[in-house]
Design a protein around this ligand. Structure first.
Ligand code: GLU
Length: 302
């Protein structure tokens, strides 16, 4: 593990949730975030987003870390586990409550569904203690500054035409939500660049607002197209995507690199995983990554 360089002006990260083993779609994101950080002399941090124990798969954390090592990745600094940072998320909720930026909510799923899945506006005026169970806490999204952002892979993303739904930051069952934890961690780890899947594009407006609420400057975002399964659903750990075969590390990496726009000549095929990543750094141009929600079949077959 190399030493951390706090003066680094590029700090990227890969932040898998241990809901299952890595699949090719997640490896692709690891490759893109790693190469972009390293091609800019940056640091690349690894964070395990183990925030939701009921959805976690036993052994997945260890398997993810092992798969990344076998594929030649070296992260900078220590691995951060979200399960060890619950006190930080709670502290930020306190802060947001004092600033009157969050509110308690007991709306049912059915009520939200009847409103097209959108929660808009403060639904409860009672004063509720943060420790009281059975209340969800939502971020008030009805008065936001500009949520416009320039994506380094996709076209510029405009401010939403209607205010986004008031997103949950802590659930009724007291588990902290991804949207809260990811922003607290990205702030504390001084992340400057977030390269992640297109499925998270819609979360970015919530996250930018939360950055503003917490008085921090949002990072630069880049959303990489996702891989679809045969039913045109995003490959995902929960949907049982095939785990990566560690025996084929070099072939897996080459497959990702080709999709990310790197032209592979025959000499790439004799290299091992570490050599492939080193070689890829010299050929990395993020503007070769296609834009759009998902990779098309032609991208996959080409
Ligand atoms: N933990 C999220 C996932 O595995 C990624 C979070 C992020 O990159 O912002 O999909």
């Amino acid at each position: 593990m190399s030493n951390e360089r706090p003066d680094c002006d590029y700090i990227g990260r890969f932040a898998p949730s241990p809901t299952g083993h890595l699949h090719l779609g997640s490896l692709l994101l690891a490759v893109a975030s790693y190469l972009d950080a390293k091609a800019h002399q940056g640091n690349w941090l690894l964070r395990i987003e183990d925030l939701d124990p009921p959805r976690e798969q036993a052994g997945a954390k260890e398997a993810i870390i092992e798969t990344l090592a076998i594929h030649g990745f070296q992260h900078d600094g220590n691995i951060i586990y979200q399960s060890q940072r619950l006190h930080v998320y709670e502290q930020k909720l306190e802060q947001l409550l004092q600033q009157d930026l969050i509110f308690p909510c007991r709306c049912t799923r059915q009520q939200i569904r009847q409103n097209n899945g959108i929660h808009r506006g403060r639904c409860n005026r009672a004063k509720v203690d943060l420790h009281e169970p059975n209340w969800a806490w939502r971020l008030d999204m009805q008065r936001t500054a500009s949520l416009q952002f320039d994506d380094i892979i996709q076209p510029p993303q405009p401010h939403p035409t209607v205010p986004p739904s008031d997103v949950i930051l802590r659930r009724k069952d007291m588990y902290h939500a991804y949207q809260l934890a990811v922003v607290c961690d990205d702030i504390d780890q001084q992340i400057t660049h977030v390269l992640r899947g297109m499925d998270l594009l819609d979360s970015t407006a919530w996250q930018i607002h939360l950055y503003h609420c917490l008085g921090a400057k949002p990072p630069i975002y880049g959303h990489v197209p996702v891989l679809l399964d045969t039913h045109n659903h995003k490959l995902s750990k929960q949907n049982g995507a095939v785990p990566i075969d560690n025996q084929r590390a070099a072939a897996n990496l080459l497959w990702c690199l080709r999709l990310l726009g790197i032209h592979l000549s025959t000499d790439w095929y004799d290299a091992d995983a570490k050599q492939i990543l080193t070689k890829a750094l010299k050929h990395w141009h993020r503007d070769k990554i296609p834009s759009g929600y998902s990779f098309s079949n032609t991208d996959l077959i080409a």
